[in-house]
Every structure is written in structure tokens, then in C-alpha cells.
Design a protein around this ligand. Structure first.
Ligand SMILES: [Zn+2]
Length: 337
């Protein structure tokens, strides 16, 4: 017996805790965005470890600057050596010309041509790369073998730092976009967003007829109830709209009951008002009568579409019940998911 009672207690606890989660938090889109944000934050945490402190970055930059100075020095020396060599060859050419030794003149001319190639733009670009990369073998950088490991490490650390920083920025931008997407989504699912709005501002399917009863239509667009008889069938819109029949929504609820019996933890559910005789709670059925109305209950207030005022209005559950006169008028709750 005790076991059974404990089991019932547990079930009640589980059910009520499930109901306590607001609908917007159960939304798949919001959940997906929240997961992505969590993943991004974790990646940022790991990337921050690769970032250097201001002091370390400065130290490594000083070391790297030494490497740059080294390359510049090397290139300058190379150019100076080439100019000296060219000058020497030109002197030789002049010398052998005076002595009319054509063979020697031609030999030196060929050498001059080769030496001049070492001063072309293309070659100078290559040589800079060669000096910077100690791993490459090239006759002119044989001496670069002793490229200090310290400089190599500095360059690597700086590069890693900048890569991490750039990625962090990218991830932070994503988080910002996702957060505003969550806010937009939460607003779309929140009935308070629609207060004082006409159905034309709520329905994107063109079913805006103010003479028609729009209460279920409004609820369906906020709660994305897209089964059964939907608004797009009234306008031949190509995308799926929202259900426009109170009794169909009532029948599709996961649970329904008299308003006074609604689970206490629920602060976001549907509310229906009609004559008690129109409702068959055991079979979750509501008769298709004219006098029935639906709204969304959230944190103490009901948001519903007033067909006389042609806009979404806010009231208390007691005021919602008082929409219809009569001693047998009742309010009911409905929990969708
Ligand atoms: Zn619609």
C-alpha cells in the first residue's frame, strides 16, 4: 500500500514538474539555439587557453621583430653583394674589351646576365620567403640553419594567439545572433506580444475577416496549432496556417478539465469558456455551439481575441468567464503538450 502511494506521489511530482516548464522553454528551436550557445561557450573557454596575456604577447612580438630585422639585414646584404659583383663584372668586361678579347667579354656578359637575375622583383620576393623559412634549402640561405628556435616558437605562439582570437570573435558573434533569435522566438510564443493587435497583424495567411470568430485562430498562431481545419483553407495560402475551430483544439489537448481543477503549477495553458452542458470531459469533447470562446492563460491573465473589439485583449480568468451570462457557464483548462 505504501509503495502504491509513493508511486502515485512520484507520478504526480513528475507530471507537475513537467508542466512547470513553460512552453517556450520546451520549444525545439529555442532548445537547439541554447545547445549551440553552450557549445560555443565551451569552445571559447578552451580557446582562451591558447590566447597570450598582454605581457607574453609583447615579449613574443619583440622576439619576432628580431626575426624580421634578421630577414631585412640578410636581404640588404644580398643586394649589396650582388651590386658589388655586378660592378666587378662590368669592370672586367671593360678591361677585356680594351684588350679586344671577345671570348672573355662574352663570358663576363653571360655572368652579368645571371647576376642581374638575382636582383629582379620576382627573385627578391622568393628570397624573402627563403630567409623566413629555415626549413627550405637554398644556396643563399645555408647560413640560416642556425635560425633560433626561440624565434620559431614566438612566431608560432603569435599565430596561434591570433587564430584563437579570431575564432572567439566569430563564436561570440554567433552567440549574439542566437540569443536575439531566442528572444524573437520567445516573443512569438508569448501571448503578451500580441496585445491590442488585430488579426491582420497576427495571421500571415490572409484570413483577416473581422466578421468571423477569430479567437481560436489567434490562439493557434501563437501556439502553432496546425492540425485540423486551418486558416489557409479559407484563403488558399500555400503554407500551413493555424486551426480556427475551438472544439478541435479542445479535443487535441493532452489534458483538459474544469478550470478550478487545473494543475496549480501550470502558468501557461489554454482556457475555454462555454456552457457546462456543451463539454464532455471524459471524452475530451466540446460541442460545436456558437457560445464558446478560447484564450491563452499566462501568469495570472487571459489573452484572447475580442471579436467585438477586433483585437487581442487581456483580462482575469473571472472576467473571461463573465463573457457569457448564465448560471451554467463554465471555464475549462487545456494543456496542449
Ligand atoms: Zn491564420
Amino acid at each position: 500500500m505504501t509503495k502504491i502511494i509513493a508511486l502515485i506521489g512520484l507520478t504526480t511530482l513528475l507530471t507537475s514538474s513537467l508542466l512547470a516548464i513553460p512552453l517556450s522553454a520546451q520549444d525545439a528551436q529555442i532548445r537547439a539555439s541554447q545547445t549551440k550557445i553552450r557549445q560555443n561557450r565551451e569552445e571559447i573557454r578552451l580557446l582562451r587557453r591558447k590566447c597570450l596575456s598582454e605581457i607574453n604577447l609583447k615579449q613574443y612580438k619583440t622576439i619576432a621583430a628580431r626575426a624580421d630585422a634578421y630577414v631585412k639585414r640578410k636581404v640588404r646584404a644580398h643586394i649589396a653583394a650582388k651590386h658589388a659583383r655586378i660592378k666587378y663584372i662590368q669592370g672586367r668586361i671593360e678591361h677585356w674589351r680594351r684588350r679586344k678579347n671577345t671570348t672573355n667579354v662574352n663570358n663576363y656578359k653571360a655572368q652579368l646576365k645571371i647576376e642581374r637575375q638575382f636582383l629582379t622583383h620576382e627573385y627578391m620576393n622568393n628570397i624573402q620567403v627563403v630567409f623566413r623559412d629555415p626549413g627550405l634549402f637554398h644556396p643563399v640561405n645555408r647560413k640560416v640553419k642556425d635560425w633560433p628556435a626561440e624565434i620559431r616558437k614566438a612566431k608560432k605562439m603569435i599565430a596561434e594567439h591570433h587564430r584563437a582570437k579570431a575564432r572567439i570573435q566569430q563564436l561570440e558573434n554567433q552567440i549574439e545572433t542566437l540569443s536575439s533569435r531566442i528572444d524573437e522566438r520567445k516573443a512569438a510564443l508569448d501571448p503578451r506580444t500580441y496585445l491590442n493587435k488585430n488579426i491582420s497583424e497576427i495571421c500571415k495567411h490572409g484570413f483577416h475577416d473581422n466578421r468571423k470568430n477569430q479567437c481560436a485562430h489567434f490562439v493557434s498562431h501563437v501556439k502553432e496549432i496546425q492540425f485540423g481545419y486551418t486558416c489557409d483553407r479559407q484563403t488558399s495560402s500555400r503554407t500551413r496556417g493555424g486551426n480556427i475551430r475551438v472544439q478541435e483544439i479542445f479535443a487535441a489537448c493532452r489534458s483538459v478539465g474544469q478550470w478550478r481543477h487545473r494543475p496549480r503549477s501550470t502558468n501557461d495553458c489554454l482556457i475555454f469558456v462555454t456552457e457546462a452542458a456543451n463539454v464532455d470531459l471524459a471524452n475530451k469533447r466540446m460541442a460545436n455551439v456558437r457560445q464558446k470562446h478560447i484564450g491563452i492563460y499566462k501568469n495570472g491573465y487571459v489573452y484572447h481575441y475580442s471579436n467585438s473589439r477586433n483585437k487581442v485583449v487581456k483580462c482575469t480568468p473571472a472576467q473571461f468567464k463573465a463573457i457569457y451570462r448564465g448560471t451554467n457557464i463554465q471555464t475549462f483548462y487545456g494543456i496542449l503538450r
